[in-house]
Design a protein around this ligand. Sequence first.
Ligand code: ATP
Ligand code: MG
Length: 243
Amino acid sequence: MFTITFANPKGGSGKTTSAMLLAEQIHQAGGTVAILDCDPNQNIMQWAAQRGEQGREVPFLVRPVPTEADFLDTVESIRGRADYLIIDLEGTASNLVTYAISQSDLVLIPFEPTPMEARQAARAVQLIQNTGRMMNKAIGHALLLTRVNAAFQTSDEKDVRKETESADIPVLPTAIVRRAAYTRIFREGSLLGELLEQARSSVEGSTISQQERALKPLESAIQNAKDFTQDVVNHITQQEAAA
Ligand SMILES: Nc1ncnc2c1ncn2[C@@H]1O[C@H](COP(=O)(O)OP(=O)(O)OP(=O)(O)O)[C@@H](O)[C@H]1O
Ligand SMILES: [Mg+2]
């Protein structure tokens, strides 16, 4: 089982959203996914509950945050039941964060590329490196740019990419774009694939340009999530080859 953790002590940096995008695309590709929801807002637990109430299948094993004392046992109990464990962390630094990092094959640090958020992401990298030093092992990690502009790369994003490159901090090549579909999945308890299916049936019989207007944003949102997931898989593969 590969454990991928989303960590950034900065609240609202995109951990939960990115975790869900990854979970769906791994599932789509045939992998089994467990999610440990350690976000106090329990967004993913609520997403799963909403699906349950509507009689829709929950395609992942979703577990709520365990207590600090139960954390390692909970991870152990999931081992063997899924190919991938995704841990969605809370937006603060705590012992739980350290435990989760210690159990991870890859820690992703999502943040919106602005100078202030970049400084906080750098602190998250330090926390991961220190946890690794405590355990005498290198913990794989990479920055993940989120909520970027779909149409062009801002100068902030260019600067952040340059700075991280010169500081030798790995960054996933794909950035997650700001898209309405990524908030809708939580509001409606949906998967991106389901939003596309719904949109396809609602535009049946309309003009080609109406169809394009309705479907294009969703297709782009899914392609972005797929590219990001491929980056994660590539990163893990490279890490394993280097080990
Ligand atoms: N790529 C995106 N496109 C559009 N909206 C986004 C995107 N990523 C995050 N958001 C929105 O930004 C807000 C914060 O995102 P999210 O909940 O994923 O962050 P978080 O790091 O998990 O926050 P917390 O620290 O509170 O757990 C949410 O309202 C979410 O819908
Ligand atoms: Mg969250």
